[in-house]
Write a protein that binds this ligand. Structure first.
Ligand code: FES
Length: 162
């Protein structure tokens, strides 16, 4: 039987997770458990890793939305774009950038301010005007961070910092 082919996604420049470059590889899953178009959450210690097999290859990121840390594994995947289950933020796994800013608004990775917005299929909600509004406006949505991945004998291995 031919070995399953696994394409790996290159990590975008400057977006490797802190400590991951020199960490040891750990086996997190079998390749057979991550077909193209799927996501898988794997926990090691207090780190929740999201394995994703996209049209651009397999990657590993934190299973935490870069907005307010919701688990992206509960979101949806379309091509290379993962959508967060909260606040409708969307993120491109192929380059680490925001595709759609969260409804709450806030700061992007470059410090540019984005206003809150209402999805077309939702009724407008009153926006907070107090400390909560200040916190939303000052919340920075970083680019995604990645862990190096390799596939060995059908197993997905990831460099996990300890
Ligand atoms: S926590 Fe993901 S968009 Fe807000």
């Amino acid at each position: 039987m031919a070995a399953a082919y696994a394409q790996l996604m290159p990590i975008p420049d400057g977006l490797i997770a802190i400590g991951a470059a020199t960490a040891d590889f750990e086996r997190l899953a079998d390749l057979a458990d991550l077909p193209v178009g799927s996501m898988l959450r794997v926990t090691r210690g207090d780190l929740d890793v999201l394995l994703v097999n996209t049209e651009g290859g397999i990657c590993a990121i934190d299973d935490r939305c870069p907005h307010m840390s919701a688990p992206l594994s509960l979101g949806t995947l379309e091509g290379c774009v993962v959508a967060c289950p909260l606040h409708k933020g969307k993120f491109n796994l192929c380059d680490g950038n925001v595709v759609q800013f969260p409804t709450t608004g806030g700061l992007d990775a470059d410090g540019v301010s984005h206003a809150p917005w209402t999805p077309a299929d939702s009724a407008p909600k009153p926006e907070p005007t107090d400390l909560k509004a200040m916190a939303r406006a000052a919340t920075r949505v970083r680019r995604l961070r990645y862990y190096p991945v390799r596939v060995v004998n059908g197993h997905i291995e990831v460099r996990i910092p300890r």
